[in-house]
Design a protein. Structure first.
Length: 117
């Protein structure tokens, strides 16, 4: 069975649009592995706050306010790397307790793309 998924038509349209004034957010997580590690990094353009935590309980949250140019650079990276044309799932070839799960969720306007990576 071929695990490669074809890009969604919606994704290709989203990749071509101007992102400069579009509401933007992302959430990146790492979790699991033999040491049960955890990392969360998120950003929301409505609040202009970038949050990070290395504890699943959220007890050690760090928050920063990125500059306008930092946000534009993030949007540019998403667009130039054709994020919306990539597969939405990259499953492991075999189960292993040492594996770490990585997820990246990006929202542009009303478009939500979730990628377990």
């Amino acid at each position: 069975m071929d695990r490669q998924q074809q890009p969604h038509e919606r994704n290709e349209k989203d990749n071509d649009r101007d992102l400069s004034n579009t509401e933007f957010s992302f959430k990146y997580t790492q979790s699991g592995g033999i040491t049960n590690r955890y990392l969360l990094v998120s950003y929301n353009s409505k609040t202009n706050i970038m949050t990070s935590s290395s504890d699943v309980s959220g007890s050690n949250i760090t928050q920063k306010q990125p500059s306008e140019s930092d946000e534009q650079e993030l949007k540019k990276v998403v667009k130039e790397n054709e994020f919306f044309k990539t597969r939405t799932d990259y499953p492991p070839e075999k189960e292993d307790e040492n594996l770490v799960a990585y997820t990246l969720t990006i929202t542009l306007g009303v478009t939500l793309i979730f990628h377990p990576i």
